[in-house]
Design a protein. Structure first.
Length: 395
């Protein structure tokens, strides 16, 4: 009795459905789990053919399966498991896995069916299948997109290569033109400069102010054109990577004094360049020509953008941290809106008016300083002047 009660408790509380039928297919017992799956009460099922729980074609074929097994001994599904479809009371269908066992009980055969609902598994499989199909579509779509992107990229690459080739050819053409123009312009400019000097010399006995005025204009125009040519040549060399700094030791003070003397000769009336050096040593290791070009440019700008009767402060300093060169003027200054563009090639502040210039000088100075591992900074206020500072680290 205890064993029977235990077995009945197991059947009644099993998660899977359990149904027993006789050899004619009539239901003898059905547990609560099976009733829940098929939506029937035990009274509605017991005594009826189990095929009531099956849709077609299983409904019409079930008794034939059972009869054939009893006649031939071919188990078909008995002793094995298979996927079948169940029919609920409300007419809906659901998938389940059926396992059938034959039981000899009290001299007769009873068949026990074990029903495991696979609805959730089927739903998961369907979702997985849908995900797989969707993923395949996405992969195909992305593959097509990638293929199109690669084709576009290849086309863009070819266009860029063609553009670069054309740009290279244009750059070479520009370099040849600049070099040719420099040579062709320098020769007549030198002749003009020499001729104006000779005219100035031969005209001295006449002491004619008009002659002196026009000669001064000629010399000034030649100087401006020479500066423009030098700027373009310097830029061309920088763009072509032809400028390599040559670091050598030289006397900075001596160089600065030479520059001061040279630039004083081209200063405006009563413009004075005041030079001062700070430090116990005057020797540094930099590219002397590049340093000279930087300082000439800065002092040239100070002269150009300052008025007559002004001072230009030119200072050098050598200390344990490195070398500092400053040029300060009291000229027109740089507007705040223009300061961020100051070192760009061909840029000129909007308050320069008719003052001649290429807009290349500061760009060249900044690049020369960078080649020597230095940097350039500035402070400026409109109509209050500008201070440029070039700093080089100690070597």
């Amino acid at each position: 009795m205890e064993n029977a009660a235990l077995l009945n408790a197991i059947i009644q509380n099993a998660i899977d459905g359990i149904i027993t039928i006789d050899d004619r297919g009539k239901v003898e017992s059905i547990n609560p789990a099976a009733c829940k799956l098929f939506l029937y009460t035990p009274e509605e099922v017991i005594g009826n053919n189990v095929s009531m729980l099956m849709p077609e074609p299983y409904h019409g074929e079930h008794d034939g399966y059972l009869h054939r097994y009893q006649q031939t001994g071919d188990p078909h599904i008995i002793g094995t498991g298979r996927e079948v479809t169940g029919l609920r009371k409300d007419g809906t269908r659901f998938p389940f896995r059926l396992g059938v066992s034959e039981v000899q009980y009290s001299g007769r055969k009873i068949y026990a069916g074990f029903i495991h609902d696979t609805s959730h598994q089927r739903e998961a499989e369907d979702r997985l299948r849908e995900y797989a199909i969707h993923l395949e579509e996405l992969v195909e779509e992305r593959t097509l997109s990638l293929r199109n992107s690669l084709e576009a990229l290849q086309q863009a690459k070819e266009e860029v290569s063609l553009s670069l080739e054309k740009e290279k050819e244009l750059g070479q053409l520009k370099s040849r033109f600049v070099s040719m123009a420099s040579h062709e312009f320098r020769t007549p400019l030198s002749a003009i400069q020499l001729s104006s000097s000779l005219i100035d010399k031969y005209a001295q006995p006449f002491d004619n102010p008009n002659i002196k005025k026009h000669i001064a204009r000629i010399k000034n125009a030649v100087s401006n054109l020479t500066t423009i040519l030098n700027d373009f040549l310097s830029l061309e060399k920088l763009e072509a990577g032809k400028v390599e700094p040559l670091f050598t030791e030289f006397d900075l003070v001596k160089l600065a004094e030479e520059i001061t003397e040279e630039m004083q000769t081209v200063a405006k009336e009563n413009q004075n360049i005041l030079y001062q050096h700070t430090g116990t040593t005057s020797t540094i290791k930099l590219d002397q020509n590049l340093v000279k070009n930087c300082v000439l440019n800065l002092i040239g700008n100070a002269i150009k953008y300052s008025g007559e009767n002004t001072f230009i402060e030119f200072n050098t300093e050598i200390n344990e941290k490195g070398c500092i060169i400053t040029v300060k003027d009291n000229g027109i200054g740089i507007p705040d809106t223009d300061q961020k563009h100051l070192f760009e090639a061909f840029f000129r502040a909007h308050n320069t008016g008719n003052i001649p210039g290429t807009g290349l000088g500061l760009n060249i100075v900044a690049r020369y300083a960078n080649l020597m591992h230095g940097k350039i900074d500035f402070e400026s206020n409109v109509n209050q002047g500008t201070l440029f500072t070039i700093s080089f680290p100690a070597t």
